[in-house]
Design a protein around this ligand. Structure first.
Ligand code: NAD
Length: 263
């Protein structure tokens, strides 16, 4: 895995789940961190927890809702003020929305999923890329999903926004490769985070654990992924070692998205 020694990395949605797991891996690999989340209490706990584990870690915590353009500009400015640059950007914050068929999906929830998953990811790119252009260097990892490369029953806005993230990844790689900026996306399958636990809760409120183990049977590995398995891939994609892979959406799903039907 590549080193992030002294690299300044911004992570959105850093308070828990894949954001926090990646922050842990990045801290372990020597990065300086700007952690962003809209949940102020959990964000502070995350920053304190990392600092307790890695006493030498330089870390700042910035409360921001990624769907608010001014708040995004502010987290970028605060990071540059604190560290002078941004080497890596893990553009991760996202929500699942609700499970519902396409034609009866709640429109307010639909719009919220677009505001956070699509516009939030776009605003991040809009403000981070100019900083990286000035440096003529940067690594970006956007967070799509297996739902960004395939359909997922009852998750229309999630699938639409994650396909959009994959598309924006291709364009960012095309337009800014000349500036030394390498942009990729990851497509996690079901990774056991609070977001996925909530999805199993919606699928089977009486017995979410049953829904989880049934789902795991569809995976070639017969298990769900672990957040640190995603974090390790992201550390590589943010490192100097990732120098000629760009514009890709890389599945981290135990191989499940290659399957037609049941594994
Ligand atoms: P999670 O719900 O466990 O954590 C998400 C974090 O993002 C939380 O700390 C939350 O407070 C924060 N957040 C949400 N909306 C925000 C906003 N508007 N502004 C700032 N912070 C916000 O979710 P997760 O499972 O860790 O998912 C992280 C990313 O990975 C999401 O983009 C999700 O779509 C994607 N993903 C997850 C899985 C999975 O299996 N867990 C699979 C595919 C894709």
């Amino acid at each position: 895995m590549g080193s992030l020694k002294d690299k300044v990395v911004v992570i959105t949605g850093a308070a828990m789940g894949l954001g926090y797991a990646t922050a842990e891996q990045a801290a372990k690999n020597g990065a300086k961190l700007a952690l962003v989340d809209y949940n102020a209490d959990s964000l502070q706990k995350a920053a304190d927890g990392l600092k307790a584990h890695y006493p030498d870690l330089e870390v700042i915590a910035i409360v921001a809702d990624v769907s608010d353009e001014a708040a995004v500009k502010n987290y970028v400015d605060e990071t540059v003020n604190a560290f002078g640059r941004i080497d890596g950007f893990y553009n991760n914050a996202g929500i699942e929305g609700r499970q519902a068929p396409l034609t009866s999906y709640d429109l307010d929830v639909f719009k919220k999923v677009i505001d956070i998953n699509l516009m939030g990811a776009y605003f991040g790119l809009r403000y981070v890329i100019p900083v990286m252009q000035q440096q003529q260097h940067g690594r970006i990892v956007n967070v799509a999903s297996v739902g960004g490369i395939r359909g997922v029953m009852n998750q229309t806005p999630y699938v639409a926004t994650k396909h959009a993230v994959s598309g924006m990844t291709k364009n960012a790689a095309l337009e800014y490769g000349k500036d030394g900026i390498v942009t990729n996306a990851i497509a996690p399958g079901a990774i056991l985070t609070p977001m996925v636990a909530e999805a199993f809760n919606q699928i089977n409120p009486a017995d979410p654990k049953k829904a989880e183990s049934e789902y795991a049977q569809f995976n070639p590995t017969k298990r769900l992924g672990l957040p640190e398995e995603v974090g390790k891939l992201v550390v590589f994609l943010l490192s100097e070692d990732c120098s000629y892979v760009s514009g890709q959406t890389i599945a981290v799903d135990g191989g499940q998205s290659n399957s037609y039907g049941f594994a």
